[in-house]
Structures are given as C-alpha cells and as structure tokens.
Design a protein around this ligand. Structure first.
Ligand SMILES: N[C@@H](CCC(=O)N[C@@H](CS)C(=O)NCC(=O)O)C(=O)O
Length: 259
C-alpha cells in the first residue's frame, strides 16, 4: 500500500525489468531496524538494490531505472515536457505524498501503535528518522482526522485535481502525448482515493477520471497495483474510508466544493 513503492513497481513493469520483492513490515516498523537503515538511512520504503548497491527515494529510483533501462522510454523527448514531468514528480514528493500520508496513516497505520502504551508509542515514533514525518505521526496519532494536517492534505489533493484537469485539457498524459514517469508517479495516489471509496472526489472531473481509467487499464498498473488488492482487503479499506469520507466532504464543503 506504499504509493512510493507502487510508482517504482509501475516503472519496473512498464520496462519489463526482472526484479524481486523483499517485504518491509511498516506497521511493525521494520523500516527502522538497523539492517534496513544501512540501506536506506531515511528509514522509508522503497529501496532498490542492484548489484549490492542501494538506490533510495522513489523519484530518483524511477529516473535511475529510466537511465539504466532506457527502452521503452518513460521520459519525453521534448525538454519542456521533461521539465513538466519533473515538476509533477517534485509536486508529488513534496506535497501530494505527505498529504496522502496524512489521509491514509490514521486509517491503516495507527491501529498497531494504538495497541501500545503511551510510553511505547512515544518511543516508537521517536525512532522515525525525519522530523516532519515524526511530528506529523505524533499529531495524527493524537488527533486523527482532527489534525491540521488533514485539512492541508484535502487542500493539496483538491489543488492537484484542478491542476491536472487544466493540463489534461491540452494533452492526454501529464507530460505530453505519451505515458511518462509523471503518470507512473501520480497513479498510486488515485489508488488511495479509490480504495477508500473516495472516487467521487475526482469523478466530477471527466478528464481526470479518463486519465485514471487509462492508467488503470495498463498492464503495468494492474500487475504493480491492482493485483495486490484482494476483495477482502478492498472491503476492509472501504469500511475504514467511509467515515473519513464524511469528514473530507465536510472540509471540501467548507471551501464551497461539492464531491
Ligand atoms: N521521499 C520518499 C518517501 C518514502 C515514504 O514516505 N515511504 C513511506 C511509505 S509510502 C514509508 O516508508 N513510511 C514509513 C513510516 O512512515 O514509518 C520516497 O519518495 O521514497
């Protein structure tokens, strides 16, 4: 369920690269164990290891794969569109991903921590490497959907949908006429909306909905993302997402946005 891992897996599938998965138990915080931190000092997934050498940061991994395995290319040929591709990747890394985290973390990650005592919860979160992430987890654990991060996240998702809609009025993909790393990077953030039953959020924008339908129909998306969601898992996620959707809709309504 890690969007950063899913985007890399989409790229691996698009390029038909042979790879194998090593699962990292995020709710159990295996990402903060010493062995894993040696590979990825930020203590996050994904990490790509090739010939014993680690590549970290999902967008950098995607560009690395593009450089290592140039065909079929997922980078536009036009320099301006390359800049646009990288703009989207940066937007996703800096803004959309933390926003997705704020909406998703309380629904799927907090449960395991809540089973611990307050002191154990504190100690566990204290180990999170990056300060903004650590502080966000503290707020989300304490306040759930009442945390200010949730309001910010809703605003970022909404602004992203509006901007995508404008771009997709002029071209079929985020960085031009062909599917690129930008589309691979964006796609998992729509899986989040879908899995929690929040598709109405983008359904009002036919161009964005069509873009996601086109992404979803690609074999890469199906093998890298869809195949991981059993009917049981989807039912569980939809149940978790339903009360959260009421809160999101209320936050959107406060901004005069119907969904
Ligand atoms: N900037 C990093 C972000 C990676 C990231 O946030 N990964 C999440 C899963 S999507 C994670 O490992 N979270 C662990 C945690 O929150 O403890 C990247 O793009 O690779």
């Amino acid at each position: 369920m890690s969007p950063c891992s899913q985007k890399v897996r989409i790229v691996l599938a698009e390029k038909a690269i042979d790879w194998h998965l090593i699962d990292v138990d995020l709710p159990g915080k295996a990402n903060l164990e010493a062995d894993y931190l040696k590979l990825n000092p930020l203590g996050v997934v994904p990490t790509l290891v090739e010939d014993g050498r680690a590549v970290i940061e999902s967008s950098i991994i995607c560009e690395y794969l593009e450089d290592r395995f140039p065909l079929p290319t997922l980078r536009p040929t036009d320099a301006w569109q390359v800049a646009r591709m990288r703009y989207w990747m940066k937007h996703i890394d800096n803004k959309l991903h933390p926003s997705c985290g704020a909406l998703q973390w309380p629904l799927v990650m907090a449960d395991k921590l809540r089973q611990l005592s307050a002191a154990e919860q504190d100690a566990m979160i204290e180990r999170v490497v990056e300060k903004p992430r650590r502080e966000r987890q503290r707020r989300l654990l304490k306040l759930g959907y009442e945390a200010p991060d949730v309001l910010d996240a809703v605003a970022v998702y909404q602004a992203t949908l509006v901007e995508m809609d404008e771009v997709l009025a002029t071209q079929p993909w985020l960085a031009g006429s062909d599917f690129s790393l930008a589309d691979a990077a964006m796609a998992p953030y729509f899986q989040t909306l879908e899995q929690f039953g929040w598709s109405a959020w983008y359904a009002l924008r036919p161009r964005v909905a069509e873009w996601y339908a086109n992404v979803r129909s690609r074999p890469s998306y199906q093998s890298a993302v869809t195949a991981d969601y059993s009917a049981g898992k989807l039912a569980d996620l939809a149940a978790r997402g339903a009360p959260a959707w009421l809160k999101i809709k209320a936050l959107l309504a406060e901004r005069g946005i119907a969904a």
